[in-house]
Design a protein around this ligand. Structure first.
Ligand SMILES: Cc1cc2nc3c(=O)[nH]c(=O)nc-3n(C[C@H](O)[C@H](O)[C@H](O)COP(=O)(O)OP(=O)(O)OC[C@H]3O[C@@H](n4cnc5c(N)ncnc54)[C@H](O)[C@@H]3O)c2cc1C
Length: 458
């Protein structure tokens, strides 16, 4: 029984947003049924993205629809609004948002609430590098992952269709910047997929492709520990992937990647996975932030010094109460986000019922990473695994973690079928321009050759 009727606003439908709402609607179903509680989730896309599967989606091992979880289906007792919160005035308990409908009219909408869960996650941390804005490709969303897959196969098609060595060379050079799990897994999976696809091209060999990983520090994959990081470097180099440590991308203007070690690579592919920064929405609130821009939080996942405001995940600076050194914060990863969401939901329920709050305490257990089909690296509970066992563990772990039985069954079916049939190697880049064919038929310009007149007159 809650003390008084409460409207909970959850901003963000990712790990924290979805798991918080899911647990709250389960724990407080009676209050929701009696109309004592209302949960509203606002998020730009009405689905949660299981980001650890993005590299496999890019490689074609999992179809894009199975990497996402439909929020309207899993959050049946909540209101899900497809929209973007642009400002929060917590003192007045109001959030300003834009939705597809308000955008058509050029306006905004205002929502009022009693409890705020602010979980917009993070965005790519970019640097003012010439050309990055024009040519850089991110790797945080399912759209980017599928776009990158199509792009890589398109580059192979371009290289295969030309005799110009400069065009061919640039098309077959793939530069990834950032050696965290997003960059290493994306590169590992895509190189593996492209190596496989090359056998179906009459004039392409895997050796014709240049795959380059650029990392500013002297190690990669810090999540799996130093030894496993070194092992990963050796494995990638054995696959002819250039791993350039202590090196930075200085420019990619005019489609040429200039590196700090003086090397330059003409390329049409620069994938930027050099870390994340807190979501800019946090700056458009009246809530306290730390020097890195994350919301200052307590171990109970309340926003420090502010009543009725909660946060967790990539957007929140949460004290790591399990760490030996004082002032340590929990790292921005899914492992913490999921567990924090559960404590956060429980604490909101406690607060509404006038009960004491729990502290979030979880010791990081390690990480698993896939480096392509049957290749992986892992360090979990101090145990190190390499190659096939690590890859298997990666799949087993993420299968157990991906939300809903429906998604687990679909992903497992896809993996099983992939073991029986050949891999998919088509690019469906044209899906990004679904009207092109019709426009051409209706007399528009051909996207590649404006001299082609579809009406047939000269
Ligand atoms: C490619 C990749 C691979 C990864 N692999 C791993 C891994 O193997 N293991 C691991 O532990 N972690 C991994 N991570 C990190 C992990 O996914 C994040 O730490 C986790 O998603 C953080 O959860 P979150 O809820 O804070 O943010 P998110 O899950 O990013 O959710 C944020 C949500 O807020 C929404 N939002 C954004 N702006 C607004 C707005 N203005 N209004 C309303 N909603 C908004 C977003 O659309 C999104 O739904 C990976 C990340 C990436 C990109």
């Amino acid at each position: 029984m809650v003390k008084e009727r409460a409207r909970i606003l959850v901003v963000g439908g990712g790990y924290v947003g979805m798991y918080t709402a899911l647990r709250l609607q389960h724990r407080m179903k009676r209050e929701i049924a009696r109309d004592e509680l209302e949960i509203t989730v606002v998020t730009p896309d009405p689905y949660m993205t299981y980001q650890p599967f993005l590299p496999e989606a890019a490689a074609g091992a999992i179809s894009p629809r199975h990497v996402v979880v439909p929020l309207r289906r899993v959050l049946g007792r909540c209101r899900v609004i497809a929209g973007e919160v642009t400002r929060i005035d917590h003192a007045r308990r109001t959030a300003t948002l834009t939705t597809p409908a308000t955008q058509e009219k050029g306006g905004t909408e205002t929502l009022t609430y009693d409890e705020l869960v602010l979980a917009p996650g993070s965005v790519s941390r970019t640097l003012p590098i010439p050309g990055l804005l024009d040519y850089g490709i991110g790797f945080k969303t399912v759209e980017e992952a599928i776009g990158l897959r199509n792009h890589v196969i398109e580059q192979m098609d371009i290289a295969s269709s030309t005799r110009d060595p400069a065009i061919r060379d640039a098309a077959l050079t793939f530069v990834f910047v950032g050696g965290g799990y997003a960059g290493v897994e994306a590169l590992g999976e895509l190189e593996d997929m492209a190596r496989y696809a090359a056998r179906y091209y009459h004039n392409l060999k895997p050796e014709d492709m240049k795959w380059i990983l650029v990392e500013a520090s002297d190690r990669i994959l810090p999540e799996v520990g130093e030894e496993m990081g070194r092992y990963t470097v050796t494995q990638l180099r054995r696959r002819n992937i250039q791993v350039l440590l202590g090196t930075r991308l200085e420019s990619c203007a005019d489609r040429v990647a200039h590196l700090s070690d003086g090397q330059r690579f003409p390329t049409r592919t620069v994938v930027w996975t050099a870390g994340v920064k807190p979501h800019p929405l946090l700056a458009a609130t009246d809530l306290p932030r730390d020097e890195r821009g994350r919301l200052k939080c307590t171990a109970e996942l309340t926003v420090e010094g502010v009543a009725h405001a909660w946060s967790a995940g990539d957007a929140a600076a949460v004290p790591d109460v399990t760490a030996a050194e004082p002032g340590a914060l929990t790292a921005p990863n899914a492992q913490h986000a999921v567990r924090q969401a559960k404590v956060l939901a429980d604490n909101i329920a406690h607060a509404l019922r006038g009960e004491p709050l729990e502290r979030y305490a979880h010791k990081y257990v390690g990480s698993v990473a896939s480096l392509g089909l049957h290749k992986g690296v892992a360090q979990v509970y101090g145990r190190r695994l390499k190659g096939y066992p690590a890859w298997f563990m990666h799949r087993a772990y993420h299968l157990s973690r991906v939300p809903t039985f429906n998604r687990k069954a679909r992903v497992l079916a896809e993996w099983t079928l992939a073991g029986l049939f050949k891999r998919e190697i088509v690019s469906l880049g044209s899906l990004e321009h679904p009207r092109a064919e019709f426009e051409l038929a209706a007399g528009g310009k051909h996207p590649l050759d404006p001299n082609i007149n579809p009406k047939g007159s000269s």
